[in-house]
Design a protein around this ligand. Structure first.
Ligand SMILES: [Zn+2]
Length: 333
């Protein structure tokens, strides 16, 4: 999956590079004819901003926008104003894959992680947690890796205890998260699964600002087996989703300061442990999803159009155009 995304990203880059190359050839070809009597108009117009996939516009921004912090739009279709960074190393957390520059979020997400990391460490006996992607500095669609993570309220946290030393930048690129699921996607991997993982997931789902926690169905099934009968409300927040065999995906509720944040329909009231609900995830259809799985999933033969600015809430144009907040400036208005 990841490889496919990387390939497609590579293809998109090739396309972009291709059009740049064409544009360069055009201007080069015109240089010698400068003395010609009538200048010919450039055959290639600069692509309109509206047609450029928004993922390229947002991923090009290295810093957050100035302005009051606000999650704008929907988790897979929006952006983030006034994002703040999670420090890459904390007492009980370390952020991985720093080159991606995705340690940005709404202040509520940063606050959550700073509060959750020591709680998770205590519940599991781990030194701390390993944090994967949050959002880009201004949120928005990402060129690879996720459909959501666009409004600064989603975070991936690895199924792995934080090591007892501060990881180097290189280690943070190279180390991979632990896979808890067997190769047939139907069982836990007994070599990697530990009871601490139950405590880790439970602690995340218990936090009041957490809207849901996504995990692989095999893991959800095990949680149901060991904890489900207690019917605690946190169990309902843990939902099965494709992959998520090496990390949890934590999604926060829309914060009160973000009127343009669209709430996700609430999780069904039950604990999600019934045979009926779990059975789907073990069918052929779920275990081997058809590709493309969604209309926006790219295919090799026809590169995706991708979300453009027109697909995002209008306020995201302002977020993209806003001046950058420098690292030493506080978030706020
Ligand atoms: Zn995620």
């Amino acid at each position: 999956m990841f490889k496919r995304i990387v390939t497609l990203f590579g293809l998109s880059l090739l396309l972009v590079a291709g059009s740049i190359a064409v544009a360069e050839r055009v201007s080069f070809a015109q240089t010698p004819t400068r003395t010609a009597a009538t200048p010919t108009p450039l055959p290639l117009a600069k692509p309109k901003k509206e047609t450029i996939p928004a993922k390229f516009l947002f991923s090009a921004k290295q810093l957050p926008s100035l302005g009051k912090a606000m999650a704008i739009g929907y988790y897979p279709r929006g952006c983030l104003q006034g994002g703040v960074a999670l420090p890459t190393t904390g007492p009980t957390w370390q952020v991985m894959r720093l080159t991606r520059n995705r340690n940005w979020g709404h202040p509520e997400l940063i606050k959550f992680l700073e509060r959750f990391a020591p709680l998770a460490a205590k519940a599991t006996g781990w030194k701390g947690i390993m944090v994967g992607d949050l959002a880009q500095p201004r949120g928005g669609p990402l060129p690879f890796g996720h459909m959501s993570h666009q409004i600064g309220l989603d975070v991936d946290i690895w199924f792995m205890p934080m090591p007892d030393h501060v990881l180097s930048k290189e280690e943070r690129e190279k180390i991979s998260a632990t896979n808890l699921v067997s190769d047939d996607w139907k069982h836990l991997n007994p070599k990697t699964w530990t009871p601490q993982h139950v405590a880790f997931i439970k602690t995340a789902a218990e936090q009041p600002e957490v809207e849901r926690v996504l995990v692989n169905a095999v893991i959800k099934k095990e949680l149901c087996r060991v904890e489900g009968k207690k019917h605690e409300s946190w169990m309902a927040k843990v939902r099965p989703w494709y992959y998520h065999h090496d990390h949890i995906h934590v999604r926060l509720k829309c914060p009160a300061d973000s009127p343009n944040c669209r709430h996700q329909p609430p999780v069904p009231g039950d604990d999600g442990c019934s045979d009926k609900e779990l059975a789907f995830w073990f069918t052929d259809k779920a275990l081997h999803p058809q590709k493309p799985t969604t209309p926006t999933t790219p295919t090799i033969s026809k590169p995706p159009k991708g979300l453009t600015m027109a697909d995002l809430p209008p306020a995201c144009k302002n977020v993209l155009a806003a001046p950058a907040r420098q690292a030493n400036q506080a978030s706020g208005d």
